[in-house]
Design a protein around this ligand. Sequence first.
Ligand SMILES: NC(=O)c1ccc[n+]([C@@H]2O[C@H](COP(=O)([O-])OP(=O)(O)OC[C@H]3O[C@@H](n4cnc5c(N)ncnc54)[C@H](OP(=O)(O)O)[C@@H]3O)[C@@H](O)[C@H]2O)c1
Length: 375
Amino acid sequence: MTSLPAPIPAPLLPLDADPRTATGRTLGWGIVSTGRIAEKVTPDIALLEDARLVAVSSRSQEAAEDFARRLGVERAYGDETTTAAAGRVPATGLERMLADPEVDVVYVATPHGQHAEHARAALEAGKHVVCEKAVTINAAELRGLLDLARAKGLFFMEGLWTRFQPGVQRIMALVADGVVGTPEWIQSSLGFVAPADPDHRIWRVDAGGGALLDLGVYVLHWPWAVFGFPTQVDATARRTASGVDELTGLTGVFEGGHMAQMQMSLVSDCPSTAVISGSGGTLVVEKPLHAPRTARIVRTPAGARLTGQDAPAEEVLTFELEGKGYVYEMREATTRIQLGDTESPVMSWADSLRQMELFDSIRESIGVVYPNDEA
Ligand SMILES: NC(=O)c1ccc[n+]([C@@H]2O[C@H](COP(=O)([O-])OP(=O)(O)OC[C@H]3O[C@@H](n4cnc5c(N)ncnc54)[C@H](OP(=O)(O)O)[C@@H]3O)[C@@H](O)[C@H]2O)c1
């Protein structure tokens, strides 16, 4: 059983946030990696009013060039080979990209085991950073990055895209306005059958594999948004031979005695919804709970079941997502950087840190240890 600090209110992004109200300066973006999420997010960065896709870095020059050509990125930086760099230590693709003066902000899209190293390098080179979730492997790594960003006056943000989506914000506002009465209990789940390849990042300890670090931010999002941060979390998990968690359940208790059950799976298909049940009804955030396009509300007058009243009508809400849904977090990062802020109140440093501290304590109770923990 893990006891946690007092809850804080859920943040709400002002929906009228518009980067054009800031300086309007175009930011040059550098993408770290040519992996799956980099491929999905980069076209969304291109949708921003004031972004330039300046560069991509990769361990492979060929992969960087292929990515750049397909996604309209201006320059491609791969690791140098010894022959190409005779007489000096070959530079990595990341080092080469960080030396590019036209890169203002770096989007780190490597496995989480590598986030701290890559984000640190970017901050040391004077670049702002948006870093994929899970932001680091542990809280100690994150504290180091935040100290560095603070010392350098640079922007740093965990790219928890869910928090920035207007549909998600709308659901949060409706629940806060009492659409289901007093919310009492939330059940959230996210899961899929992950690739069987044992070398996939999801199974590797050096990459920060496992369900908690991959999916935890999403199943925690809804209870946190509705109830505040948990005061207590109990965890159960099944581990693989490689030592990562593949089937993980959390029970959270919140201020006021509200509760949540959160499930994550890398071996089975979960509902991947969030069910928010309250004294006056239920709101279901439909699959996928981290980027919902639909939510269902069923309002239930108190005692309706007992008095035999007819089942209440369902109300279905639908939400548009611009691009693939990553535009919003990147627009917020742009706005903040243009304003000279070092963090976003929507995904603040404090929120990322308390989340990593929670994950540290959960990992301690389920026995998941990464090489980064011992560094
Ligand atoms: N926000 C979201 O919706 C979302 C969705 C999926 C994943 N993610 C997050 O994004 C990150 C990357 O996930 P992904 O699914 O894109 O992974 P992926 O497909 O395996 O791509 C990761 C890329 O990182 C680069 N890399 C650098 N060092 C590496 C190392 N030591 N081992 C493996 N790859 C290395 C590789 O690109 P090069 O070969 O070009 O160097 C690789 O292709 C993870 O932190 C994950 O949690 C976020």
